[in-house]
Design a protein around this ligand. Structure first.
Ligand SMILES: Cc1cc2nc3c(=O)[nH]c(=O)nc-3n(C[C@H](O)[C@H](O)[C@H](O)COP(=O)(O)O)c2cc1C
Length: 191
Protein backbone atom coordinates (compact mmCIF):
# COMPACT_ATOMS: atom_id res chain seq x y z
CA UNK A 1 0.00 0.00 0.00
CA UNK A 2 1.38 3.39 -0.90
CA UNK A 3 1.28 5.48 2.23
CA UNK A 4 2.77 8.36 4.06
CA UNK A 5 3.17 9.44 7.63
CA UNK A 6 1.06 12.36 8.76
CA UNK A 7 3.77 12.97 11.39
CA UNK A 8 5.71 14.74 8.65
CA UNK A 9 6.01 18.47 9.33
CA UNK A 10 2.91 20.30 8.16
CA UNK A 11 3.03 23.77 6.71
CA UNK A 12 1.32 26.53 8.71
CA UNK A 13 -2.31 25.51 9.20
CA UNK A 14 -5.31 27.09 10.89
CA UNK A 15 -5.67 25.83 14.49
CA UNK A 16 -8.71 23.65 13.73
CA UNK A 17 -6.87 21.91 10.89
CA UNK A 18 -3.78 21.46 13.07
CA UNK A 19 -5.97 19.79 15.72
CA UNK A 20 -7.56 17.33 13.32
CA UNK A 21 -4.27 16.50 11.57
CA UNK A 22 -2.49 15.80 14.87
CA UNK A 23 -5.15 13.56 16.49
CA UNK A 24 -4.31 9.91 16.93
CA UNK A 25 -6.06 7.16 18.85
CA UNK A 26 -5.08 7.09 22.54
CA UNK A 27 -5.59 3.81 24.42
CA UNK A 28 -3.55 4.30 27.61
CA UNK A 29 -4.57 6.86 30.21
CA UNK A 30 -3.26 8.28 33.46
CA UNK A 31 -5.42 7.97 36.60
CA UNK A 32 -6.28 11.69 36.47
CA UNK A 33 -10.05 12.10 36.38
CA UNK A 34 -11.83 13.98 33.60
CA UNK A 35 -13.52 16.87 35.37
CA UNK A 36 -16.73 18.72 34.59
CA UNK A 37 -14.68 21.57 33.10
CA UNK A 38 -13.64 19.15 30.31
CA UNK A 39 -16.86 17.16 30.10
CA UNK A 40 -18.78 20.41 29.41
CA UNK A 41 -17.05 21.38 26.15
CA UNK A 42 -16.95 17.75 24.99
CA UNK A 43 -20.71 17.48 25.55
CA UNK A 44 -21.21 20.66 23.50
CA UNK A 45 -19.02 19.21 20.75
CA UNK A 46 -21.07 15.99 20.65
CA UNK A 47 -24.36 17.76 20.01
CA UNK A 48 -22.81 20.29 17.61
CA UNK A 49 -22.30 17.57 14.99
CA UNK A 50 -24.28 17.64 11.75
CA UNK A 51 -27.24 15.27 11.58
CA UNK A 52 -29.54 14.07 8.81
CA UNK A 53 -32.54 16.44 8.55
CA UNK A 54 -31.27 17.80 11.88
CA UNK A 55 -33.03 14.87 13.56
CA UNK A 56 -30.26 14.52 16.17
CA UNK A 57 -31.21 10.87 16.60
CA UNK A 58 -28.47 10.24 19.10
CA UNK A 59 -28.00 9.77 22.81
CA UNK A 60 -24.85 9.46 24.90
CA UNK A 61 -24.09 7.87 28.24
CA UNK A 62 -21.04 9.40 29.91
CA UNK A 63 -19.64 6.86 32.36
CA UNK A 64 -17.18 8.12 34.98
CA UNK A 65 -18.16 6.01 38.01
CA UNK A 66 -15.13 3.69 38.32
CA UNK A 67 -17.32 0.69 39.15
CA UNK A 68 -19.49 1.18 36.06
CA UNK A 69 -16.43 1.91 33.88
CA UNK A 70 -14.95 -1.44 34.94
CA UNK A 71 -18.23 -3.24 34.25
CA UNK A 72 -18.43 -1.72 30.75
CA UNK A 73 -14.79 -2.59 30.16
CA UNK A 74 -15.43 -6.19 31.21
CA UNK A 75 -17.77 -6.57 28.21
CA UNK A 76 -15.63 -4.55 25.81
CA UNK A 77 -12.45 -6.25 24.57
CA UNK A 78 -11.65 -3.10 22.55
CA UNK A 79 -11.24 -1.02 25.73
CA UNK A 80 -7.69 -1.98 26.56
CA UNK A 81 -6.79 0.04 29.67
CA UNK A 82 -9.28 1.37 32.22
CA UNK A 83 -10.10 4.93 31.12
CA UNK A 84 -11.44 7.60 33.49
CA UNK A 85 -14.34 8.23 31.08
CA UNK A 86 -16.22 6.06 28.62
CA UNK A 87 -18.71 7.76 26.31
CA UNK A 88 -21.31 5.32 25.00
CA UNK A 89 -22.57 6.80 21.73
CA UNK A 90 -26.04 5.52 20.81
CA UNK A 91 -28.58 5.70 18.01
CA UNK A 92 -32.04 6.79 19.19
CA UNK A 93 -34.40 4.73 17.02
CA UNK A 94 -37.42 6.73 18.18
CA UNK A 95 -35.98 9.77 16.33
CA UNK A 96 -34.74 7.77 13.35
CA UNK A 97 -38.30 7.27 12.07
CA UNK A 98 -40.37 10.03 10.41
CA UNK A 99 -44.01 10.99 11.10
CA UNK A 100 -45.26 8.64 8.39
CA UNK A 101 -43.03 5.76 9.42
CA UNK A 102 -40.24 6.47 6.93
CA UNK A 103 -36.86 5.27 8.21
CA UNK A 104 -33.82 7.47 8.45
CA UNK A 105 -31.09 4.84 8.44
CA UNK A 106 -28.59 7.57 7.57
CA UNK A 107 -29.05 8.81 11.16
CA UNK A 108 -26.57 6.11 12.17
CA UNK A 109 -23.91 8.13 10.37
CA UNK A 110 -24.72 11.10 12.58
CA UNK A 111 -23.62 9.15 15.64
CA UNK A 112 -20.23 8.65 13.95
CA UNK A 113 -20.05 12.38 13.20
CA UNK A 114 -20.74 13.20 16.85
CA UNK A 115 -18.00 10.77 17.90
CA UNK A 116 -15.50 12.45 15.58
CA UNK A 117 -16.44 15.83 17.10
CA UNK A 118 -15.86 14.32 20.53
CA UNK A 119 -12.43 12.94 19.56
CA UNK A 120 -11.34 16.27 18.12
CA UNK A 121 -12.62 18.26 21.09
CA UNK A 122 -10.90 15.85 23.49
CA UNK A 123 -7.63 16.23 21.59
CA UNK A 124 -7.92 20.03 21.51
CA UNK A 125 -8.49 19.99 25.28
CA UNK A 126 -5.31 17.99 25.90
CA UNK A 127 -7.11 14.67 26.33
CA UNK A 128 -7.05 11.61 24.12
CA UNK A 129 -9.55 8.99 23.09
CA UNK A 130 -10.25 5.94 21.01
CA UNK A 131 -13.47 4.82 19.33
CA UNK A 132 -14.26 1.20 20.12
CA UNK A 133 -16.66 -1.03 18.20
CA UNK A 134 -15.56 -4.19 19.96
CA UNK A 135 -18.11 -4.63 22.77
CA UNK A 136 -20.87 -7.06 23.68
CA UNK A 137 -24.17 -5.30 23.23
CA UNK A 138 -26.46 -7.40 25.45
CA UNK A 139 -24.49 -7.11 28.71
CA UNK A 140 -23.65 -3.48 27.94
CA UNK A 141 -27.39 -2.72 27.64
CA UNK A 142 -28.02 -4.43 30.94
CA UNK A 143 -25.23 -2.62 32.80
CA UNK A 144 -26.34 0.79 31.53
CA UNK A 145 -30.09 0.11 31.68
CA UNK A 146 -30.58 1.21 28.08
CA UNK A 147 -34.21 1.33 26.91
CA UNK A 148 -35.21 -0.72 23.85
CA UNK A 149 -35.15 2.22 21.39
CA UNK A 150 -31.55 3.14 22.26
CA UNK A 151 -28.87 1.18 20.38
CA UNK A 152 -25.23 1.51 21.46
CA UNK A 153 -23.09 2.04 18.34
CA UNK A 154 -19.61 3.01 19.55
CA UNK A 155 -17.83 3.36 22.84
CA UNK A 156 -15.22 6.08 23.19
CA UNK A 157 -12.60 5.78 25.90
CA UNK A 158 -11.36 9.22 26.95
CA UNK A 159 -8.72 10.42 29.38
CA UNK A 160 -5.38 12.10 29.90
CA UNK A 161 -2.94 10.35 27.59
CA UNK A 162 0.05 8.47 28.99
CA UNK A 163 1.75 9.31 25.68
CA UNK A 164 0.83 10.43 22.19
CA UNK A 165 1.18 7.69 19.60
CA UNK A 166 2.72 8.21 16.17
CA UNK A 167 0.26 8.37 13.31
CA UNK A 168 -0.44 5.06 11.63
CA UNK A 169 0.55 5.21 7.96
CA UNK A 170 -2.18 6.69 5.81
CA UNK A 171 -3.00 5.97 2.20
CA UNK A 172 -1.76 8.82 0.05
CA UNK A 173 -4.47 11.32 -0.93
CA UNK A 174 -3.56 10.81 -4.61
CA UNK A 175 -4.51 7.13 -4.22
CA UNK A 176 -8.01 7.78 -2.89
CA UNK A 177 -9.05 11.24 -4.09
CA UNK A 178 -10.27 11.71 -7.66
CA UNK A 179 -10.85 15.04 -9.31
CA UNK A 180 -14.00 15.67 -11.31
CA UNK A 181 -14.29 12.08 -12.57
CA UNK A 182 -12.97 8.69 -11.45
CA UNK A 183 -9.45 8.01 -12.69
CA UNK A 184 -7.25 4.97 -12.40
CA UNK A 185 -9.29 2.07 -13.69
CA UNK A 186 -10.87 -0.89 -11.93
CA UNK A 187 -10.50 -2.10 -8.38
CA UNK A 188 -7.23 -3.88 -7.62
CA UNK A 189 -7.52 -7.62 -7.20
CA UNK A 190 -8.46 -8.70 -3.67
CA UNK A 191 -5.34 -9.44 -1.62
C1 LIG B 1 -15.70 2.55 13.75
C2 LIG B 1 -14.38 2.35 14.47
C3 LIG B 1 -14.23 1.29 15.33
C4 LIG B 1 -13.03 1.12 16.04
N1 LIG B 1 -12.94 0.09 16.94
C5 LIG B 1 -11.79 -0.06 17.64
C6 LIG B 1 -11.69 -1.11 18.61
O1 LIG B 1 -12.62 -1.87 18.84
N2 LIG B 1 -10.52 -1.23 19.30
C7 LIG B 1 -9.47 -0.36 19.08
O2 LIG B 1 -8.43 -0.50 19.74
N3 LIG B 1 -9.54 0.65 18.16
C8 LIG B 1 -10.66 0.81 17.44
N4 LIG B 1 -10.77 1.84 16.53
C9 LIG B 1 -9.64 2.77 16.35
C10 LIG B 1 -8.85 2.48 15.08
O3 LIG B 1 -8.08 1.31 15.26
C11 LIG B 1 -7.94 3.69 14.73
O4 LIG B 1 -8.73 4.83 14.57
C12 LIG B 1 -7.16 3.42 13.45
O5 LIG B 1 -6.19 2.42 13.66
C13 LIG B 1 -6.45 4.67 12.94
O6 LIG B 1 -5.60 5.18 13.95
P1 LIG B 1 -5.72 6.70 14.43
O7 LIG B 1 -7.10 6.88 15.04
O8 LIG B 1 -4.61 6.85 15.45
O9 LIG B 1 -5.54 7.59 13.25
C14 LIG B 1 -11.94 2.03 15.82
C15 LIG B 1 -12.11 3.09 14.94
C16 LIG B 1 -13.31 3.26 14.27
C17 LIG B 1 -13.47 4.45 13.33
Amino acid sequence: MAGRSTDEPQREQPEAVRVLLSRTAVRQFTDQPVGDDLVGPMSEALVAAPSASNRQAWAFVLVRDRRVVRLVQAFSPGVLATPPLIVVACFDRSRGVGDTGERYDECLLCVAMAVQNLLLAAHALGLGGCPVASFRERPLRRVLGLPAHIDPILLVSVGHPVRLNPHPVRRDPSEVIHHDVWSGGDAPRAR
